[in-house]
Design a protein around this ligand. Structure first.
Ligand code: IPM
Ligand code: MG
Length: 356
């Protein structure tokens, strides 16, 4: 019995970070006796160039048949002029939707070695360990109606924020379950003072909370949450929020840890999973061996935990990354100003060496 993994490097630095993560995947799979078969496929701009679609039918079919997907990143200036339906991002959003990956777990944990790399003061970020649980298949990302109509000064742009009660309930349950395995504190983020859709969100979260009396629930408006994240991030354990707020807050949370290049993610549904770094394709540094592979390497760690049920392998991967950071090795994004840095492939070499 082997797990079927579909590998989607995507665009830009995806082609540099994914190979490094695959080295870690193969090493750890052997060590922990986890059978894996890898299948490579196209997604995003590179898929559009090759097939005319950012999500070719063959890629989607492979993802549906797989136990897990490992994705690099999608997008780039080359494809920005395309119609929305053909943009690289549609490939990623299409996989999330078609596979029903409604729960996106984005841990923002700081390595003590990188406390100085954060743009916030060390005393503000020391010890932060936050899990952002982002709903991933609903909200304004997918709501109808959408689009731009009319012409000239009469043009109107519309997107629709929409959540059904069952959609809110399932992500809330997931977040409470996650909170139970951690510090048992859950903060639900909404904009219930203005948006009815998120008032429903708050009400449903409160209903679900009755089943989790052991978890301490709080609610916060999204503007305040954005402020609190930089003011006093240690107050947070698990945060749960909708798709658009989660997109924004998880980028913000990542900077607390020093670099967006450090943060992995797991997108989970019923029977499907995708693992990807939370950062984008970084066209400005693509092809230069400058990217930080750690977020993708740690996404493989999350695959061991959530798809293979081997949390000890995830812990080993994190320990190896920590050891490399202890040695002083840094990619450019996490290096101190003026300090030397190493490239993506060398960071991969160092992590492999630290895994032993
Ligand atoms: C993310 C990204 C995506 C999103 C883009 C690339 C569509 O920003 O995974 O956070 O908005 O969800
Ligand atoms: Mg984002």
């Amino acid at each position: 019995m082997a797990y079927r993994i579909v590998v989607l490097p995507g665009d830009g630095i995806g082609h540099e970070i994914v190979p490094q993560a695959l080295r870690v995947l193969e090493r750890m799979a052997r060590r922990h006796d986890v059978g894996v078969t890898l299948e490579h496929a196209l997604v995003g701009g590179s898929a559009y160039d090759a097939t005319g679609s950012p999500l070719p039918a063959a890629t989607l079919a492979a993802c549906k048949a797989a136990d897990a997907v490992l994705l690099g990143a999608v997008g780039g200036p080359k494809w920005e002029g395309l119609d929305y339906s053909l943009r690289p991002e549609r490939g990623l959003l299409g996989i999330r939707k078609e596979l029903g990956l409604f729960a996106n777990l984005r841990p923002a944990k700081i390595f003590p070695q990188l406390v100085g790399a954060s743009s916030l003061k060390p005393e503000a970020v020391e010890g932060i360990d936050i899990m952002v649980v982002r709903e991933l298949t609903g909200d304004i990302y997918f709501g109808e109606p959408r689009g731009v109509t009319g012409a000239g000064a009469g043009r109107v742009g519309v997107n629709t924020m929409v959540y059904t009660a069952p959609e809110i309930e399932r992500i809330a349950r997931k977040a409470f379950e996650v909170a139970r395995t951690r510090g048992k504190k859950l903060c639900s983020v909404d904009k219930a003072n203005v948006l009815e859709c998120t008032e429903l969100w708050r009400n449903v979260v409160n209903e679900v909370a009755r089943d989790y009396p052991d978890v301490q629930l709080s609610h916060m408006y999204v503007d305040n949450a954005a402020m609190q994240l930089v003011r006093w991030p240690r107050q947070f354990d698990v945060m749960v929020t909708g798709n658009i707020f989660g997109d924004i807050l998880s980028d913000e949370a990542s900077m607390l840890t020093g670099s967006i290049g450090m943060l992995p993610s797991a997108s989970l549904g019923e029977g499907h999973a995708m693992y990807e770094p939370i950062h984008g394709s970084a066209p400005d540094i693509a092809g230069k061996d400058l990217a930080n592979p750690i977020a993708t390497v740690m996404s493989v760690g999350m695959m061991f935990k959530y798809t293979f049920g081997r949390p000890e392998a995830e812990a080993e991967i994190e320990a190896a990354v920590s050891k490399v950071l202890d040695s002083g090795a840094r990619t450019a994004d996490i290096a101190a100003k003026g300090a030397p840095s190493i490239g993506c492939a060398e960071m991969g070499d160092r992590i492999l060496a630290a895994l032993g």
